[in-house]
Design a protein around this ligand. Structure first.
Ligand code: SF4
Length: 257
């Protein structure tokens, strides 16, 4: 694979590949190299290194499962262990870095997920499967668990009541839990979003401001402040949609207590 011109790979990937190749926690960079990462707007050096390592693992697993015609799902413990045993059996005693780099190039440029370029592959004669595009094998994903979350939209004097999450979105500001007294109460907003292996239905109910609030529980934010505080996307979308509807459609359902 050393015959592949480095110019075939984008500069940030090339830098990471050369300096951090497959060594989690050891990504380091010169100032110049960090500057190259400004080519990836919105991503920090650390983010990019994480993405690179994740992508590297996927590419390596794909190449190895094809080379060995490995038919066990690679996303289960037994599959992962067996695959990395294969990987170790190939690792040369010297120049492991060059070997890792070549494996990455092979996965990124030749052994592509859907259409591997077997005709030009330098390791074709060692490769076993007739149907490489079907590898690697992964477990059939479990169907997502359904969850319903009832949240409160409490709005007063142009301010909205939020609370700081201690759970799923730890530290972020979210709509507080709703106290729904009757099953016939209709939500003013419903949306569905995925979270890990859950499919969550977010139902937001208009609620009056609580008469008393436990210390540290909930905080009022002006509409202008919302842009500068961290809100998880599903809650931000709900808040923005509800504020956009105000006051015409929500009308008296809004708790202008
Ligand atoms: S021969 Fe084809 S499947 Fe095998 S490693 Fe090369 S590109 Fe991948």
């Amino acid at each position: 694979m050393s015959g592949y011109a480095d110019g075939a790979i984008s500069p940030p990937w090339r830098v990471l590949r050369n300096r951090a190749c497959y060594t989690p926690g050891k990504a380091s960079a010169t100032t110049h190299e960090r500057e190259i990462f400004t080519l990836l707007p919105g991503l920090s050096w650390i983010d990019t290194a994480d993405i690179f390592r994740e992508q590297s693992r996927a590419n390596t697993a794909r190449v190895l499962s094809r080379l060995f015609n490995f038919r066990t799902p690679i996303d289960c413990t037994a599959g992962r262990e067996a695959l990395w045993n294969y990987a170790e059996s190939l690792l040369p005693k010297r120049s492991a870095r060059v070997y890792n780099s070549a494996l990455l190039d092979l996965g990124a440029l030749v052994c592509l997920p859907r259409q591997p370029k077997c005709a030009i592959c330098p390791v074709k004669k060692f490769c076993r499967p007739n149907d490489p595009q079907t590898l690697p094998i992964k477990k059939t994903p479990r169907p997502p668990k359904e969850l319903i979350e009832a949240r409160a939209f409490t709005f007063r004097h142009n301010r909205i009541l939020l609370e700081q999450s201690s759970g799923r979105w730890h530290g972020m500001w979210i709509l507080p839990p709703a106290q729904v007294r009757s099953v016939i109460t209709r939500p003013i907003h419903t949306s569905i979003f995925p979270f890990t292996n859950h499919r969550i239905t977010l139902k937001v109910f208009a609620q009056p401001a609580p008469r008393t609030r436990a210390r540290g529980q909930g905080r009022w934010f002006s509409i202008a402040q919302l842009a500068s505080i961290p809100l998880p996307s599903p809650h931000r979308r709900a808040v923005e949609q509800l504020l956009a509807k105000r006051p015409q459609k929500l009308g008296s359902t809004l708790a202008e207590a």
